[in-house]
Design a protein around this ligand. Structure first.
Ligand SMILES: [Cu+2]
Length: 158
C-alpha cells in the first residue's frame, strides 16, 4: 500500500521534468504564491523537453549591482550562462572566437538563429569582446558552432 503510493509519487516526480525553479530566486518560504510567468515555463506545451533548455529568469545569476561583468567560455559552456544585469552594463565575453563564434540571437528548435538587431554583434576573431547593453530586455546569445549542444545563454537586462 505505502509502496504503491511512493511509486506513484516517484512517477509523478519524474514526469514533471526539471522544475528547478525557486532555488536561485530566494523569495523565502511563502508557498502559497506562484509566479504565473515562471510557473508555466517548465511544463512544456507538448513535445519533448530540450536537452539544453534556454535560460529562465529564475535561474539567472543576479549581477544587477555591477557596472560591468565578464562571461567566459569553458569547453562548450558559458559561465555564467544565465545572468541578470542592469541596463547600461558592459558585458565582456572571453573566449576563443575562432573556435566559438559568438552570435546574438535566440535558440529555435535547439539551434541558434542570428538576430541582426542584437546588441551582441557577431564576433568571430580575437579573445575578448565587450558590448554595452543599454536597453532593458532579454539578450540571448550562442556559439555558432555549438549552440545545439548547449553553448548558449541569456542576459536579462533590467
Ligand atoms: Cu562553441
Amino acid at each position: 500500500m505505502l509502496g504503491a503510493l511512493l511509486a506513484l509519487l516517484a512517477a509523478c516526480g519524474d514526469s514533471s521534468g526539471d522544475v528547478s525553479q525557486g532555488g536561485a530566486g530566494g523569495d523565502g518560504g511563502s508557498s502559497g504564491v506562484t509566479n504565473p510567468t515562471t510557473g508555466t515555463q517548465a511544463g512544456g506545451a507538448g513535445g519533448e523537453a530540450p536537452e539544453f533548455p534556454v535560460c529562465t529568469l529564475a535561474e539567472a545569476e543576479d549581477q544587477t549591482a555591477l557596472p560591468a561583468i565578464t562571461i567566459i567560455s569553458v569547453g562548450t559552456a558559458y559561465q555564467p550562462r544565465c545572468v541578470r544585469v542592469s541596463a547600461g552594463t558592459e558585458v565582456t565575453f572571453e573566449s576563443d572566437f575562432e573556435s566559438h563564434p559568438l552570435h546574438g540571437g535566440e535558440i529555435v528548435d535547439e539551434v541558434g538563429v542570428l538576430d541582426p538587431a542584437s546588441p551582441i554583434t557577431p564576433t568571430e576573431v580575437g579573445s575578448t569582446a565587450t558590448f554595452t547593453l543599454a536597453d532593458a530586455g532579454d539578450v540571448p546569445y550562442f556559439c555558432d558552432f555549438h549552440s545545439s549542444i548547449g553553448m548558449h545563454g541569456t542576459i536579462f537586462v533590467e
